[in-house]
Design a binder for this molecule. Structure first.
Ligand SMILES: Nc1ncnc2c1ncn2[C@@H]1O[C@H](COP(=O)(O)OP(=O)(O)OP(=O)(O)O)[C@@H](O)[C@H]1O
Ligand SMILES: [Mg+2]
Length: 214
């Protein structure tokens, strides 16, 4: 049975789709990975299509599905049976589908950019995960290296006992350029800092993409 990871955050543009795509691409090296895109913007679905068209020969296979509404629960069960990991990307609001996706998750990841509005928005998502009794971790995304803001945000989160992962993703152009090719950074630039960050994150949540580290 698959591990289900739902990426959720009510704040738009926090990096949900980028995170889901990069985790999927890194894991697809060694695992059977499925994506479930429940955001009506369908950005992750478009990434998956690009992947098939442009990167088909070089990228590992990822199943992509964009079912929503009443069919969502059954689709998730179906994907779980045939894959090792299911990654769910959700819209920038917690609607009925997103709540179901949180409920079905083994782990909810909440990307936040290191700024107060992102953290405030994350609190709503953390509460929903808590209501549903699901494990949840904040991922600091677009972290500027060594900035005062980042340190202040990290201290604030620690003081409020918010469950942030130690692994963070930096603000790196490589994330956008890999995405534009239907790839993850571990595929487009395996030796980059961005790729190391993705692998560290996977290690911290107990999933690995060892082979792509070589
Ligand atoms: N770590 C990063 N470094 C550089 N750019 C990033 C990073 N993470 C995300 N971005 C960029 O930020 C923008 C928003 O990212 P993304 O689409 O993943 O956010 P989202 O939370 O899925 O947004 P939405 O709420 O609209 O679905 C994109 O242009 C993406 O390329
Ligand atoms: Mg998105």
């Amino acid at each position: 049975m698959a591990t289900v990871i739902t990426v959720a955050q009510q704040k738009g543009g926090a990096g949900k789709t980028t995170l889901a795509a990069n985790l999927a691409a890194a894991l697809a090296r060694d695992s059977r990975v499925a994506l479930l895109d429940i955001d009506p913007q369908r950005s992750l679905t478009r990434w998956a299509k690009l992947r098939m068209q442009r990167a088909g020969g070089v990228a590992n296979v990822i199943t992509a599905s964009d079912v929503s509404g009443w069919r969502l629960r059954r689709e998730l069960e179906k994907l779980k049976e045939a894959h090792d990991v299911v990654l769910i990307d959700s819209p920038p609001q917690i609607d009925t589908d997103a709540r179901l996706a949180v409920r079905g998750a083994d782990l909810v990841l909440v990307p936040v950019q290191p700024s107060p509005p992102d953290i405030w928005a994350a609190e709503g998502t953390l509460k929903i995960a808590a209501d549903e009794g699901r494990p949840v971790r904040i991922v600091i995304n677009r972290a500027p290296t060594g900035s005062k803001l980042r340190e202040a945000v990290e201290a604030d989160m620690a003081a409020r006992r918010l469950p942030a992962l130690r692994a963070t993703l930096g603000n790196r152009a490589g994330f956008a350029s890999a995405f534009a090719e239907g790839l993850g950074v571990t595929e487009a630039a395996p030796r980059s800092t961005a790729a190391s960050e993705v692998r560290s994150l996977l290690g911290e949540i107990g999933l690995t993409a060892e082979a792509s580290a070589r």
